[in-house]
Design a protein around this ligand. Structure first.
Ligand code: UT7
Length: 329
């Protein structure tokens, strides 16, 4: 029997119009372009402004564009998964709202929360439905409105994050293209290093939790950095080893965009040069679940059928992992 693999057959992204530069941030908090650029690689980020506009607004644009460019009819889609940690609401799922607004019929749809590793977890989940033969076409969206949970008086986090969405179409493939292997890990003992403490069932929102700013992201940057730099590189090196790949075999590393120094360390460990690393952190910052699909969107024109890609991520949880895939078009 022919093996079915899950291949990405299209990608589209969306970032809001408004741009927040390092220069502008330095007028809000005690920071400067030199610090942000040298420590993170970020120059600017896009911010979704406007009353009542949530993560779904960006995801809807990404999905609409994806359907149009791949000539896919809404009724062909079997499942939509939205990776996000800044959903429109705790419930209903942002995925349900996306499907309704895009005109996808009554299909399976749900959110998946794995912070900065959300996209690779959602992608591999979607792939399993296709590999099993159960579904033919799955949309995986990574979308986050990080500006809704960032404290713009906290210079240690507000410079890092931006808003955006990216979506891919996964289809069944019988020629061996698509997802070949993946590694997914988590370690909840790291929860307190990167967390939105308030608003959930442990600390439901009250005047006190709001006053204590518990609804915002809190990060112990240095501690997270130490884990991120080793775990992301480990996961990338391990997936290469077990698939007998060397740096020469890799067309691109597609890394989560949290810090250029973490990305450089991962590429170094994999034995690949900077020309093979997808990078857009300078213009979008860290868009959490959207970083990897936004990279694929930005670099789509440079990709060729059969290219070996390694996707790698690390984030809150902790969660981390890597995906090895063969580009299908
Ligand atoms: O995507 C999810 C996973 N997250 C990550 O992977 C992020 C991992 N962590 C990082 O990328 C880095 O730790 C940061 C970029 C967040 C921070 O860089 P760092 O080199 O670890 O800086 P630091 O936290 O050690 O701070 C160094 C100094 C401190 O001042 P003192 O104590 O040396 O006087 C900070 O107060 O830099 C100061 N600082 C700033 N200065 C100017 C912190 N934030 C800023 C800022 N502007 N925005």
């Amino acid at each position: 029997m022919t093996k079915i693999t899950a291949a990405i057959t299209g990608v589209h992204g969306y970032v809001p119009e408004d741009v927040l530069s390092n220069e502008e941030l330095s007028k809000i908090v005690d920071t400067n372009d030199e610090w942000i650029t040298s420590r993170t690689g970020i120059k600017e980020r896009h911010i979704l402004k406007g009353e009542g506009l949530g993560t779904s607004v960006m995801a809807i644009e990404a999905v609409k564009g994806l359907l149009a460019k791949t000539n896919t009819k809404p009724e062909e889609i079997d499942l939509l998964i939205c990776a996000t940690i800044s959903p429109d609401h705790f419930f209903p799922s942002t995925a349900n709202i996306i499907c309704d607004k895009v005109g996808l019929p009554h299909i399976a749809s749900y959110d998946l929360a794995a912070a900065c590793s959300g996209f690779i977890n959602a992608l591999t989940t979607g792939a399993m439905f296709i590999e099993s033969g159960r579904y033919k076409k799955v949309i995986v969206v990574g979308a986050d409105k990080m500006s809704s949970i960032v404290d713009y008086t906290d210079r240690t986090t507000c410079v890092l994050f931006g808003d955006g969405a990216g979506a891919v179409l996964l289809e069944a493939n019988t020629e061996g293209f698509g997802i070949q292997d993946f590694i997914l890990k988590s370690d909840g003992s790291g929860a307190n290093y990167l967390i939105q403490e308030g608003g959930g069932s442990v600390h439901p929102p009250t005047h006190e939790t709001i006053d204590a700013k518990m609804h915002y992201i809190r990060q112990e940057g240095q501690s997270v950095y130490k884990f991120a730099v080793t775990r992301m590189a480990d996961a990338s090196a391990e997936i290469m080893e077990r698939n007998e790949l060397t740096g020469d075999d890799i067309a691109f590393l597609v890394p989560h965009q949290a810090n250029k120094r973490i990305i450089d360390a991962t590429a170094n460990r994999m034995g690949i040069g900077s020309d093979k690393v997808m990078l857009n952190i300078h213009k979008y910052g860290n868009t959490t679940a959207a970083t990897i699909p936004l990279c694929l969107w930005d670099y789509e024109s440079q990709l060729k059928k059969g290219d070996n890609l390694i996707l790698a991520a690390f984030g809150g949880g902790f969660t981390w992992g890597s995906v090895y895939l063969k580009w299908a078009y």
